[in-house]
Design a protein around this ligand. Structure first.
Ligand code: SF4
Length: 297
């Protein structure tokens, strides 16, 4: 990992120490000279004049400490080492509105990483299966910063397939971003930084990928995170409802029920949730209502 902590600037402490010791020593010598000079009641006759030197030393000390202090101010630039940064395979980056979950409606910068280990029946991002463009992490962080929105979502494909994703998440957090991670739930969440808001898919039978869910991942979710069920039909709904009740999922995280896009379910799903008084959040993909099934939205 090549990210330096923001306040790690040992060279500045060395500068401060060197400036301090040199100036203290130099001031002491000049003070002794001045004492001797005035005690002998002499005057300056050109050349090195002790009172002027003393004034110069005081000025130089203040200037030097001011410069040193300035050096120690927090770095406004990226804290990532640009020279040895790992790269990620990226499918696309774009600025849009967050279309799903608790952050729906907020402007959000998206980083879609390439590759996926699943093949859901309703997948709408098949273009992300293939190798994307290699991007270095400082470049991605800079692009997010230039987007001028605080919210960033790292998604896929399946973002946790690439080990370097964890470095990206850390880098974004270090730069002050509010970071969302959308993952398909099949890979362990244990190493994801605590501050990252996790949006985890719970694949239903209708996805064809139900068996790949890693149940231990439930242990990494808390109230700020979200567990998302994409519902394809009534059978899916009943299965998901039983999971919510059996594992008391709403007791410790936010549960989202989302109708599969383009299916006959949306209206019915809303009715089913109301009839069952189920403690879940109904959601619909806002970005698709606004822009349809279009890349980069
Ligand atoms: S996990 Fe997501 S990207 Fe992967 S196949 Fe399923 S829907 Fe597509």
């Amino acid at each position: 990992m090549n990210i330096e902590p923001q306040n790690k600037e040992p060279q500045n402490f060395e500068v401060l120490f060197r400036h301090s010791t040199f100036l203290v020593r130099y001031s002491a010598v000049q003070t002794i000279k001045n004492v001797n000079y005035f005690s002998n009641n002499k005057r300056c006759h050109g050349g090195l004049c002790p009172p002027i030197i003393a004034a110069f030393v005081v000025f130089a000390s203040i200037n030097s400490f001011a410069k040193t202090y300035k050096l120690r101010k927090p770095n406004q630039q990226s804290t990532i080492n640009n020279h040895q940064s790992p790269t990620l395979s990226v499918s696309e980056t774009f600025l849009s509105l967050q279309g799903e979950g608790a952050w729906a409606g907020w402007p959000c910068f998206f980083i879609r990483l390439s590759g996926c280990n699943l093949r859901c029946t309703y997948c709408d991002t098949q273009y992300a299966y293939n190798e994307g463009k290699k991007r270095d992490i400082p470049g991605l962080v800079d692009e997010w910063r230039k987007s001028r929105v605080g919210l960033v979502q790292v998604t896929g494909g399946e973002p946790l397939l690439q080990a370097e994703t964890l470095v990206l998440l850390e880098a974004l957090l270090n730069e002050g971003a509010r970071v969302l991670l959308e993952t398909n739930g099949s890979l362990a969440l244990g190493n994801v930084p605590r501050e990252v808001i996790k949006i985890v898919d719970r694949k239903t039978p209708g996805s064809g990928m139900e068996e790949f869910f890693l149940e231990e991942n439930l242990g990494w979710l808390n109230q700020g995170d979200q567990l998302k069920f994409v519902i394809t039909d009534r059978e899916d709904y009943e299965w998901a409802r039983e999971e919510v009740i059996r594992l008391c999922l709403s007791c410790y995280t936010e549960v989202l029920f989302s109708p599969v896009w383009g299916g006959p379910v949306p209206f019915q799903l809303a009715e089913w949730i109301i009839a069952d008084r189920l403690s879940v959040r109904f959601q619909i993909q806002l970005h698709k209502i606004l822009w349809g099934e279009k890349r980069g939205t």
